[in-house]
Design a protein around this ligand. Structure first.
Ligand code: DC
Length: 227
């Protein structure tokens, strides 16, 4: 069992996991693993190499070897690097999300990323955001959150997030894409999206991010994860 405390946050697209994970990590002074970004990077790396979306061996090779780095700029904005090129914006598009969902269904890609994800568990602690953080990657984590929200609210949040970043998106198209992506993520054979047996279920519909964050911090306190 890992001695570094890990707090896992899993759930469907647009549930608010990413924002929540970032805030909780900052509050606790812990590291952050955005595992979705890894799948997005593998899909992008594959597209750049001209790999077809059925080429499992090619994507698994990239998942094992691609040079990936996370950093922050002077203003604290997240920066994500692929082979020393900044791709922070490129990986956030819906096309990248769709590609990520497809490569994420490949068992060999998931296997290649397992050790890479576990290496993020460094002291003083890790907040890990994804779909299988509590079920597969960190099964011994002392606190597992499964965050949901109604489909309408998730689509609205994702819409606002993309609009704020300057992307041109339609709410109707986004709703449809999210529904398809969630269906694929929840029904794939390997590591499907589902809560761990010992996960705390949190429904964020109608709650502010502060309320959700406070609920998670209260749970972390009750488990003696806070100093
Ligand atoms: O969280 P996200 O939207 O950045 O994730 C992109 C895709 O990657 C999502 O459709 C499912 C997949 N994913 C996964 O299968 N397992 C994870 N731990 C994280 C993401």
């Amino acid at each position: 069992m890992s001695v570094v405390p890990v707090l896992t946050i899993d759930g469907p697209s647009g549930s608010g996991k990413g924002t929540l994970a970032r805030r909780v990590a900052q509050k606790l002074g812990w590291h952050l693993l955005d595992s979705g970004a890894l799948y997005r990077l593998v899909a992008l790396a594959g597209a750049r190499c001209g790999l077809g979306l059925h080429d499992e061996a090619g994507h698994a090779e990239l998942a094992a070897t691609a040079l990936i780095r996370f950093s922050a700029d002077a203003a604290g904005e997240e920066q994500i690097w692929l082979e020393n090129e900044e791709v922070s914006r490129e990986i956030r598009t819906e096309t990248a999300g769709e590609g990520a969902s497809r490569v994420a269904a490949m068992p060999r890609v998931r296997a290649a990323l397992t050790a890479r994800q576990q290496q993020f568990a460094q002291g003083p602690g890790l907040v890990a955001d994804g779909r299988d953080m509590g079920t597969v990657i960190f099964p011994d984590a002392p606190l597992k959150i499964f965050l949901t929200a109604s489909p309408d609210e998730r689509a609205r949040r994702r819409y606002k997030q993309l609009k704020d970043k300057g992307f041109d998106v339609s709410l109707a198209a986004l709703s449809q894409e999210l529904a398809e992506r969630d269906h694929r993520d929840a029904n794939r054979e390997v590591s499907p999206l589902r809560p761990a047996n010992d996960a705390e279920l949190l429904d964020s519909t109608g709650l502010s991010i502060e309320q959700v964050e406070n609920a998670v911090l209260a749970l972390a306190k009750a488990r003696h994860l806070l100093r």
